[in-house]
Design a protein around this ligand. Structure first.
Ligand code: GLN
Length: 500
């Protein structure tokens, strides 16, 4: 009996499955037992052992027939904004309580075809709006490093589940930082690819011009394995999907990996120019985070990379710009939840207007309601030009600033979050405080650029700190490659929360 299967990453577990040292059913049972035992973290909203074990049996049959592929038989779980057949898909909202989708999100389907086993659905902020996973309509998620603290958000269930080793990997979505920030606050690795690289079909929409799916796991290599299956065109079903073929992000990394023994020595990063925007290293960032980030950058220098100073002058404006554009798109996307076509319907009401009013007030939580109101306001006649149009113009200038910076460097680096994870409830009366904490992730989201978070050490209260790496369009392989070399030279990504 394998009692420590949960310490294996995706690549290592896949190797064991391929060697038939362990079966997918065994691995699935092991992780399901861990999910049960750690239910107090609040990471999961739904599991279904019958369904998961049936998928595991199917994977075992494929393995027995001699099929070998990098994810075959490996379990994972999905953020609850991905509609998933057989499991409820709630997006963390009462509006969609018990909603059963008749189809799989494209990303869910791709990972299932690759042979991954779905262990369940992961808690998140309602409709992916939040930074602490304290906006879930069901329950908050606790950070496994300190259960009195948030895991980050909105993909907080994904981050906590991976950090606590309840799953080897998970999907997440990132609209303004929701993969990178929880990865950083929970000490795991996560990548948001270039906008359009992964299909948005079947992802419950928040802000369509920003939403992007991506993998969250313990290492860059594991993220590369998942992203290879997730990224690719879906032109018939997502009009913003990029017409670029699927890419193998992992083979190059595995080549230097010595078969999962971890014995490989990192390759030189000579020639890699890492740009440090002064706006990411200012007074707004706490000293403990800056210290860990600078130490990690020192490690990149040792590997041969050069650090150069760059400027992203409009960084501060990314907060108001994002918090105009994202609510505007949300107000439009969420209008479909009217109690008729979708979603909760009030039990009693007067006329039609009253039915809409009651259903929507009961179904949406405070943060979602606030954003619908802001979004409706900035789109309304007389305010559209002053707010929404102006925000769109600044969005373009922010994207141009990145292109200027990328003439001087290959990758941009900095912190992900200005502080380590805060206490649950600490920001709940102050929505502006959590918006300000998004400062380092929003600008690259507005520009549609790929970005990742890599465990880089620990800060105050021994809580994890992530290093953010931002690449130019379509440069996911470069980000994953640099992060992988860093992870061969350091062991931050292998550290475990206390008691895990
Ligand atoms: N924290 C940001 C927000 O609340 C980002 C969320 C996200 O990326 N889904 O909107």
């Amino acid at each position: 009996m394998n009692t420590d299967l949960h310490h294996l990453g995706v690549a290592e577990l896949a190797a064991k499955l391929a060697a038939r040292d362990v079966s997918s059913v065994e691995a699935t049972q092991h992780f399901l037992a861990r999910i049960d035992k750690n239910a107090g973290l609040g990471a999961f909203l739904a599991t279904d052992s019958k369904l998961s074990l049936a998928q595991a049996q199917a994977a075992d049959a494929r393995l027995a027939a001699g099929e070998r592929s990098p994810l075959l038989g490996v379990p994972l779980a999905h953020k609850d904004v991905f509609v998933t057949r057989g499991f409820p898909s709630t997006a963390g909202s009462k509006m969609l309580e018990n909603y059963l989708s008749p189809f799989d999100a494209t990303v869910v389907g791709q990972l299932a075809s690759a042979g991954m086993v779905t262990l369940g659905k992961l808690n998140c902020d309602e409709f992916a709006m939040g930074s602490g996973n304290d906006n879930s309509a069901y329950k908050p998620v606790h950070n496994p490093w300190d259960t009195s603290r948030v895991p980050g958000g909105s993909s907080g269930g994904s981050a906590a589940a991976v950090a606590a080793r309840l799953v080897p990997a998970a999907t997440g979505t990132d609209t303004g930082g929701s993969i990178r920030q929880p990865a950083s606050l929970s000490g795991i690795t996560g990548i948001k690819p270039t906008y359009g690289r992964c299909s948005r079909y079947g992802m419950v929409a928040f802000a369509s011009s920003l939403d992007q799916a991506g993998p969250m796991a313990r290492s860059a290599l594991d993220c590369a394995l998942l992203l290879s299956a997730m990224a690719g065109p879906d032109l018939d079903r997502d009009s913003t999907s990029l017409d670029l073929p699927a890419t193998d992000y992992a083979t190059d990394l595995i080549a230097g990996y010595a078969g999962g023994t971890g014995a490989a020595t990192p390759k030189s990063l000579k020639g890699l120019r890492i740009g440090l925007p002064s706006q990411f290293f200012g007074a707004g960032c706490s000293a403990d985070v800056l210290q860990a980030v600078r130490a990690a950058l020192g490690e990149f220098e040792k590997l041969g990379a050069t650090l150069v100073d760059v400027e992203l002058p409009l960084t501060e404006l990314s907060i108001p710009v994002y918090y105009v554009i994202a609510p505007a798109e949300a107000s439009s996307n969420l209008s479909r939840f009217d109690g008729v076509r979708y979603g909760h319907r009030a039990a009693s009401y007067g006329d039609l207007t009253d039915m809409y009013k009651k259903s929507r007030s009961e179904g949406f939580g405070d943060e979602v309601t606030r954003r619908i109101m802001i979004g409706t306001y900035v789109l309304s006649h007389g305010y559209y030009d002053a707010y929404y149009l102006k925000a769109q113009k600044i969005r373009r200038l922010i994207a141009e600033d990145f292109q200027k910076a990328f003439t001087q460097c290959d990758i941009i680096a900095g912190p992900v979050s200005p502080t380590v994870a805060w206490k649950i409830g600490e920001n709940s009366d102050d929505p502006v405080a959590s918006s300000l904490a998004d400062i380092y992730t929003l600008s690259s989201s507005l520009a549609g650029l790929p970005g990742m978070s890599v465990p880089a050490g620990f800060g105050a209260h021994n809580m994890p700190v992530g290093l953010q790496l931002i690449g130019n369009y379509f440069k996911e392989a470069q980000l994953l490659g640099a992060a992988h070399q860093f992870q061969l030279a350091t062991d931050w990504h292998t550290r475990r929360p206390p008691g895990i």
